[in-house]
Design a protein around this ligand. Sequence first.
Ligand code: PRX
Length: 644
Amino acid sequence: MVHGSRKETPRERRWKTPPPPFVSGANVTTADRNALRDAGWPTCWSGAAELLDWCRPFDAVLDTDGTTRWFPGGRLNASYNCIDRHVEGGRGDEAAIIWEGKLGETRAYTYRQLEDEVNAFAAALRDLGVGEDDVVTLYMPMVPELPIAMLACARIGAPHSVVFAGFSADALATRLTGANSEYLVTCDGYYRRGTALHLKSMADNACLSVEQDVEQIVVNRLDDGRSTGDHHSYADLVSDHDGAEIDPVERDSDDLLFLIYTSGTTGEPTLVGHTTGGYLAHVAWTSYAVFDLGPDDTHWCSADVGWITGHSYAVYGPLALGAATVLYEGTPDHPEKNRLWEVIERNEVDVFYTAPTSIRAFMKWGSEYPEQHDLSSLRLLGTVGEPIDETAWRWYREHVGGGECPIVDTWWQTETGGVVLSTLPGADRMRPGAVGRELPGIDAAVVNEVGEEVAPGESGRLVLTRPWPGMARSLCDGSGWGARRTSTVRNQWQYDTGDNAVRDVDGYLHLLGRADDVLNVSGRRLSTAEIESAIVGVEGVAEAAVVGGTDTMKGSKVHAFVSPESNVAGDEALRTRVRSAVESAIGSIAAPDSVTFTPSLPKTRSGKVVRRYLKAIANGETLGDTSALRNPEVVGELESLLDE
Ligand code: PRX
């Protein structure tokens, strides 16, 4: 928005420039961007590694001899980089974690306090028998003990596997088994919209259904004395180990820092591993360059730490740079719809990072809520998780960013570890609705089915064509850069992101959504296959197909088409059983918004379910020719059913 009476020219509407004071003080300027370009790939990534302290310097930026290894020969510890070095540098009394609790309580940890508690908990974990490379599962809500436990694991070289607290006992069990994890740190419970949820009983159910014995540690949040079963108390462990000092374990750059599950295209959640050196360098550098963070900043990434966004930009990135990070336990509209703005004002937040789905909710609630607060501390805004439309972009800038703040739309995935596409706020113009371009050192292309780059303006699959430091370790295995090879063109390495995109004539990329069977619901990735497998497990269900529907608020809606067994009625009771099966297999985030019963699903003559038609039906779109179907009549029946 251009202030004053003059109307925006079309060019001003299309392009936005960051304010000059921001540009002149930015961490990465146009000159820096040019220098990185001149350094070339992969050398340009050495600056990212230099943001960290290494116990042993790396021999090269990238080793592609057999496998892809970033910063080979280098040894480091992530907890040392996120804590000790800041204390040693005289910043022990500065804020590290600022926690805003659900019931209005606040707790702040300085870097020194963080160091003390991380050491104590690391010592406790060791005493319980956790050794290097043992996986510790963390099933916790947004309490400070979650990042503390992550950093304690990192200190002793034990990879953590954080499971989002909204996941069900079954989902936790799958993840405990998949990671072969024998240690679980959880919480007695937490509050959601003022109601207490008992996490410990879910954890107990999960532990009962896995083969290995699982040692549990419980943080008391509710403190209502209901936690039963065999477990250690987090608070007792920390006080018993008060004053302990644990030397940070030197890890190879390539050693695992953590595991995290994401939804892939198959029914099974996909396990992704991130490395200590490559990942940490990537998130530190992107926090520095994209979020323009430094030690004097207070950063608030509103994502739950249970997701990759929280790992990278609520914990590791900001703490690696010595900034303060805000953790917020609550929901944005409880007790009032001004809650977030109040938190920003009280903590003088400099950089705020959230998802378009939240921005759309803020818009719906109205600008009077942000207007009640002084948000002038904000100097940069970010978004992630799904494309941001121009209207939401402008609203965010105007009502949260005071019409001035630059906005970075950041595209990335669990597999990329950190941001790979974005504008650099000190060096690039912004284009509302477009994500921007590749960060320096990232190569992306929009390609057709055979992997050839398509012309600007044409849509295709977004692929990354060269390795990057934050890449998941599974992408580095095999020969050469042996990740997924989709290209048949000159046998070129391509990582297929699963997203469709289009590049405009100015080189900016616009994301068009997923090309595969992964739904993006409120910025969270869900696999249609995983939801379907929960539904077909319900007694009386013969078949099910799940498709995404456009939803102006959530990004995607979950539509389930369910075909009951011949003698079973598709009634309310079955519908409820279908919904609760999904809730208990995955969590309430995946529960279908609609369940439509049908005698059969539309199928090709070879028996394949044609989800394309179901998607069109669910979204009220034209179907086109259905003559290739074995049962075209079912499509008409479904349409009329939904019309009702
Ligand atoms: O479809 C893209 C979408 O979120 C997917 C990655 O989800 P996840 O691994 O859960 O990581 C979420 C946070 C990084 C992508 O494949 N996505 C993420 N950021 C954007 C986006 N779509 C459009 N624009 C974005 N900025």
